[in-house]
Design a binder for this molecule. Structure first.
Ligand code: GUN
Length: 285
């Protein structure tokens, strides 16, 4: 029986993080430590965990970080004021406002308030537009991490059919653009797609970014394909699981990413890379 190989996000991350640490040390030797400002609004438990991991990774790999925790009752004006302070703070090279934000705050307005040259998430329209027109400054961390995983395992992209499931601004849409930039023929599927399996059965690469368990099973795949699982869900026992049925997919695919230990660590790694490169740009390194 076929047993897919696992794409290990921890191993790929480690290699990239060591390079970040080397380059961060080189900048520090010149008097500048790359700095990331993280802003967390409210007390969503999952967001608190993600944010803690981001700050911890900065400390481990030689970046400076600040964490602003604001109550869920903070006003939009107060949040915007804090962003303006961070925009003009020379110690800060990257600003990340953890999403989702409470409903009374307009996320779009908040993202647009971040200086484009510090928008390490790559969510600002200037950065989304730059990616769209083939001149990316910051690539959104999760899809960028996926591209690095494919590269690390020598999985060909150019000329292949890639199916992205999900059309969010954070993952689905930028993922499709990065795959397109790398020469793939890209299909974007989503909740309104009539026959998902019709598309995935001809895919060489499937990226699942939906936020729902078991949306992809082995019978929906072409033998030898690569499956990237961006999902972060909890099963009935409260255990972390992705969007794909790992056991079933492993019987048909050649490569698959696990959850946890797949895309998750890569997202944080690429945040470190984007922050480092932002600081390097300021110093013309
Ligand atoms: N919430 C879920 N993923 C992300 C991300 O990549 N960046 C931010 N800022 N918030 C998120």
């Amino acid at each position: 029986m076929n047993q897919a190989k696992t794409i290990d996000g921890v191993v790929v991350s480690q290699r990239l993080r060591e390079e970040v640490a080397r380059r961060a040390a080189a900048l520090a030797a010149k008097g500048t430590t790359p700095g990331l400002a993280v802003v967390l609004v409210g007390d969503d438990a999952a967001s608190a965990v993600y944010v803690r991991n981001k700050v911890k990774a900065c400390e481990q790999y030689g970046l400076f970080s600040t964490l602003d925790r604001m109550p869920a009752t903070v006003t939009e004006a107060e949040l915007l004021e804090r962003i303006h302070q961070l925009n003009v703070d020379p110690k800060i090279h990257g600003i990340l406002v953890q999403l989702p934000l409470p409903r009374h705050i307009n996320s779009h307005k908040v993202i647009e308030a971040i200086a484009a040259e510090k928008d390490v998430d790559g969510f600002h329209v200037a950065n989304a537009g730059a990616l769209m027109t083939g001149q990316p400054q910051f690539r959104p961390c999760t899809p960028y991490g996926v591209m690095k995983m494919l590269e690390a395992y020598d999985i060909p992209v150019s000329g292949r059919h890639a199916v992205v499931i999900g059309r969010s601004n954070i993952v689905g849409k930028p993922m499709a653009l990065l795959l397109l930039e790398a020469g793939a023929t890209v299909t974007v599927c989503h909740s309104k797609t009539a026959d998902l399996a019709y598309h995935t059965r001809s895919a060489d690469i499937v990226v699942a970014a939906v936020g729902k368990r078991n949306i992809l099973t082995g019978d929906m795949l072409k033998p030898g394909s690569t499956v990237i699982d961006v999902g972060m869900n909890r099963n009935d026992e409260g255990k972390l699981c992705g969007d794909v049925n790992f056991a079933s997919v492993s019987e048909v695919a050649e490569y698959v990413t696990p959850v946890p230990g797949g895309v998750g660590p890569m997202t944080i790694t690429m945040l470190l890379v984007n922050t480092l490169e932002s600081a390097e740009r300021v110093l013309h390194v």
